[in-house]
Write a protein that binds this ligand. Structure first.
Ligand code: MG
Ligand code: ZN
Length: 225
């Protein structure tokens, strides 16, 4: 061992790559089936990913307030243990199905397929899927949605994008939330925007302060809703 050299354990030493590939391939097939089902029913589905506390549920609540006159909205809430988020959104008159994942730190297409069976799909035009609060593996598991949104907040610091490149590569839209707190936190919003755009030149970055209703119209436009 050379002194002062950082020892790293590579991904291929941790994961059984073959098993992992099979799981991801199976998920992809189930995601295609879920997408077909949604398309057949004329439902637009949006996967909202981001850490616990980034503001995913607040953003969904704001979008529901603005869009409930135009769409009949449903929600799937992924959470390790609680029904807090589903309860919050259901209060706005939205059909919500809770998926408690237990030990799993992400939703997968199989869980979404099971959740879809709980809805009367004919009564829904727009479906928000709030993923489990986590910025790592949700990017590996497409759910068959039409758009993937990743939410970060300035309170999480300025390295949130560069430390989670995969999810920003996969996402169509990045939301930087709680921009009203950027100065207080000393977080550069422009750095976060630049990082996201350099990882994924096709990503659309939207700045929001969901609590105060700022930026939601831009997000609606980015989602073509
Ligand atoms: Mg939430
Ligand atoms: Zn996970």
């Amino acid at each position: 061992m050379v002194e002062n050299e950082i020892i790293t354990v590579r991904e291929e030493e941790i994961l059984d790559i073959e098993v992992n590939k099979d799981i991801l391939a199976a998920n992809r097939r189930l995601a295609e089936a879920a997408k077909k089902k949604l398309d057949d029913e004329g439902i637009i589905a949006i996967d909202i990913m981001g850490s616990v506390g980034s503001g995913k549920t607040s953003i969904i609540e704001r979008l529901v307030e603005k869009l409930k006159g135009k769409y009949r909205i449903g929600m799937i809430a992924g959470d390790v243990a609680t029904t807090i988020d589903a309860d919050r959104v259901e209060r706005h008159g939205v059909q919500a199905v809770q998926v408690n994942t237990g030990r799993e730190c992400h939703l997968d297409a199989n869980l979404v397929g099971k959740a879809l069976e709980k809805f009367n799909l004919e009564t829904i035009d727009l479906l928000f899927i709030e993923n489990v609060g986590n910025l790592i593996c949700p990017g590996d598991y497409p759910l068959g949605t039409h758009k993937q949104v990743v939410v970060i907040s300035v309170t999480e610091g300025e390295y949130m994008v560069v430390k989670h490149p995969l999810i920003f590569k996969e996402a169509d839209v990045a939301v930087i939330n709680k921009i009203d707190l950027a100065d207080v936190m000393g977080t550069s919003v422009e750095k976060l925007v630049k990082d996201a755009e350099s990882i994924n030149p096709n990503i659309e970055v939207i700045k929001t302060d969901a609590k105060n209703g700022v930026g939601l119209d831009d997000l609606i436009k980015a989602l073509n809703l």
